[in-house]
Design a protein. Structure first.
Length: 146
């Protein structure tokens, strides 16, 4: 008899530069949250990206898939599949997932999506924005008052 998968509730899905877990307390520290990646040119490679997840209401072996796709969902940039084992649905599972050398071919919107057994749980937008070249745009505070 197949066991039915209990779909977890997502408490948080945070995109950041790093996640540290204190070995003595077990507490997580989330470093450098972001939702925009600025670049001078594309393609641009983001060397290290973390996604911190906090989930509850899961039970037993729970398969999770995290992917990053283009806004039109035609191109997969990154995909990670993990399985968590949860003994009690009241437990909050904290899970940092790491992606290395994620390359964005073009500026624009991308979608970070979380699934449990192909069921969508949550989606986050990440924007890759082209920065102006030095000297292209000046801030009004840079102008001198003569």
């Amino acid at each position: 008899m197949a066991t039915e998968i209990r779909t977890p509730a997502v408490l948080s899905m945070i995109v950041c530069d790093g996640v540290h877990r204190d070995p003595s307390t077990g507490k997580f520290t989330i470093l450098g949250t972001f939702n925009i990646i600025g670049c001078r040119q594309t393609p641009v490679t983001h060397e290290v990206m973390f996604v911190y997840l906090a989930l509850t209401d899961a039970l037993g072996t729970t398969p999770l898939t995290l992917d990053l796709v283009s806004a039109d969902e035609t191109t997969t940039i990154f995909k990670s599949e993990v399985s968590i084992d949860v003994p009690d649905p009241l437990v909050v599972v904290e899970l940092p997932l790491q992606a290395r050398n994620v390359t964005f071919e073009n500026p624009g919107e991308y979608r970070l999506r979380l699934f449990c057994a192909d069921e969508p749980l949550m989606e986050r937008r990440i924007v890759v924005a082209k920065l102006p070249e030095p000297g292209e745009a000046r801030d009004a505070s840079d102008e001198s008052n003569d």
